[in-house]
Design a protein. Structure first.
Length: 398
């Protein structure tokens, strides 16, 4: 056990350097913050007392002092964590009583106050905790895009301090990364809200893929071949963000008339195009090597030849000469229904299912990259299109 005192602030930490408690004039700051926020002024926002901001700045000054004196970075990081965690009781209270906007604004105020302090000091305060809690509250409010922005901000903060503490992978144990990478850890505060629904959706797709192709494939395979690939981290984060949008969209599938509008057609195109980009990135990583201008078409042909589905080295011109019944360059209103149900052959043989999935990704990647025209087929067959693109991703990562 160790202590560090600076002015009225005392930081107590264990033998590993993890801050256990922060005292102000001998009193636990958790108790002080609880007392100062016991009767907050709440409306669309929440008014925190100036006394509270002065206390927060005093803790920041102590962290600055211990950093300049060369104490362990881990003490500084965890001291900031303990400080911000002291605000979770008021956050829970605001959230449980339905003041979601005020709950988010409380974290935003603390972040702004921290940034203001940092602008006048050389020391950087670890802000992973308020970023994550703000992101979590925005998830509860339904603001998915801004929520993931702050969850990713929290992860970047955690990465910086993991490096500073000479524990470069420790950020993966923090809730921000566990959410962004849908890690199977129920200790994560967003496990039930974000992680579980996405993992269950993937598991269901894996089951139907196995049935459709006769190839055993499970969520465990997806974890090993995709989610655990460090070199694909950015692709994984983008995939998870888009999968959560997809899962949330499908909550309302029991009322399909909600989706029969031009905005939905464009949103569906965005969702579909993003998934195609994930497939393209996976194929590039797998096959491109040092090649530049490597497209989804190149990856699919390389994959297909590697699997023995087409002759080794066959390129686009030769492939199209053997492909009959569909033109991948045609409009989705024509190409998509044909790929989904039409009579398509390759080299005078029925086109195998795996190639249909991949050609659907090829077609929609190229269409989505150059068009934003509304397409009825993207609403009428959205669920099947998305399912087949997930199948294409399963094939790409194997």
């Amino acid at each position: 056990m160790g202590t560090f005192a600076s002015g009225s602030i005392t930081i107590e930490f264990d033998n590993t350097g993890k801050t256990e408690r922060i005292l102000a004039n001998g009193a636990d700051i958790r108790v002080i913050i609880s007392q100062l926020t016991s009767t907050p002024l709440v409306g669309r926002t929440v008014a925190l007392p100036e006394t509270l901001y002065r206390l927060v700045n005093q803790v920041f000054d102590a962290i600055d002092d211990l950093t300049r004196q060369g104490l362990s970075n881990f003490v500084a990081v965890t001291a900031a964590d303990r400080l911000f965690e002291s605000f979770t009781p008021i956050w829970r209270s605001l959230s449980s009583f339905g003041f979601q906007s005020a709950a988010s604004e409380m974290w935003a105020q603390l972040i702004r106050s921290t940034l203001l302090w940092e602008s006048a000091h050389a020391t950087r305060i670890h802000k992973g905790t308020p970023f994550f809690f703000l992101g979590m509250n925005l998830i509860f409010q339904g603001d998915i895009d801004t929520a993931f922005l702050f969850i990713y901000n929290a992860m970047e903060e955690d990465k910086v301090w993991s490096q500073a503490a000479n524990q470069p992978n420790s950020y993966k144990q923090a809730p921000a990364y566990m959410t962004a990478a849908i890690a199977d850890n129920q200790a994560n505060a967003l496990y039930n809200t974000v992680v579980r629904p996405i993992r269950e959706a993937i598991a269901n797709y894996a089951l139907s893929f196995s049935s459709a192709t006769g190839t055993p494939f499970t969520l465990t395979d997806f974890q090993a071949n995709f989610l655990d690939k460090v070199e694909l981290e950015e692709v994984i984060l983008f995939f998870v963000y888009n999968m959560y949008h997809h899962v949330q969209r499908n909550r309302f599938n029991q009322v399909p008339k909600f989706f029969k509008n031009d905005f939905t057609k464009l949103k569906n195109l965005d969702s579909i195009f993003n998934l195609c980009l994930v497939i393209e990135e996976v194929l590039q990583h797998k096959f491109a090597g040092i090649a530049t201008n490597y497209f989804i078409s190149d990856g699919i042909l390389d994959l297909a030849s590697g699997m023995g589905w087409i002759p080794t080295g066959e390129r686009e011109r030769q492939f199209f000469a053997k492909l009959q019944g569909v033109d991948l360059r045609s409009d989705p209103s024509i190409a998509v229904p044909t790929l989904l149900t039409g009579n398509v052959t390759y080299d005078n043989q029925p086109l195998m299912s795996e190639l249909r999935y991949l050609l659907l990704a090829w077609h929609l990647r190229n269409y989505g990259g150059h068009n934003i025209r509304a397409q009825d087929i993207l609403v009428q067959s959205y669920d099947r299109i998305f399912e087949w693109l997930i199948y294409a991703l399963f094939i790409a990562i194997q």
